[in-house]
Write a protein that binds this ligand. Structure first.
Ligand code: ZN
Length: 177
């Protein structure tokens, strides 16, 4: 019940634009993020290499940004493209639908994604859907968070963390390297 109340508070704090934006599916392919323009509905691709830059919608010129929401990664191909080409550090959240602690972490991860938009990309890997990735990265416990910079894993931590601990995990590592 406490979790429910807390997640409601997070929703209430998110600005209206961010909320409607979140309702659109954030998809990723092997070249970039597919973002639906909040103004005209046009689909735009934000290339991974250019995530630090300002984008404009191809149809209505509305300014588009790297997303403040986690991105679902659904294949090895997309994962490799995202992690190796992203201009932003990538925090990967390995999770599974049956995992209770993962469900507790989900709203915390969304909060961090919202706060770090434009500085960090958060990718969610459902280990049931893409078990090959969990095997390749030897993920033995979930939730596990792994931080990638320029295609290389630089830090990892297993176990549920609240948003401040996730932020600390990211910041410590980014400051050091
Ligand atoms: Zn548009």
């Amino acid at each position: 019940m406490r979790t429910f109340i807390r997640s409601t508070v997070y929703h209430a704090r998110i600005p209206r634009d961010e909320r409607s934006f979140r309702m659109n599916a954030m998809e990723a392919d092997n070249r970039g993020l597919l973002i639906t323009c909040p103004k005209c509905g046009q689909r735009n691709r934000l290339k991974y290499e250019a995530l630090r830059r300002t984008f404009h919608c191809g149809k209505c010129q509305t300014e588009l940004h790297a997303p403040g929401v986690p991105v679902d990664v659904k294949s090895d191909l997309v994962f490799d493209a995202l992690v190796s080409h992203s201009a932003l550090p990538v925090l990967v959240d390995f999770w599974a639908p049956w995992c209770g602690p993962c469900k507790m972490v989900a709203p915390e991860v969304r909060k961090v994604a919202n706060e770090t938009a434009g500085h960090l990309l958060i990718a969610k890997v459902n280990t049931e859907e893409v078990p090959s990735l969990a095997r390749r990265f030897r993920v033995t416990a979930i939730p596990t968070m792994a931080l990638f910079k320029n295609g290389i894993e630089v830090a990892r931590q297993a176990g549920a963390m609240p948003a401040p601990a996730i932020r600390k995990f990211i910041e410590q590592d980014l400051a050091v390297r």
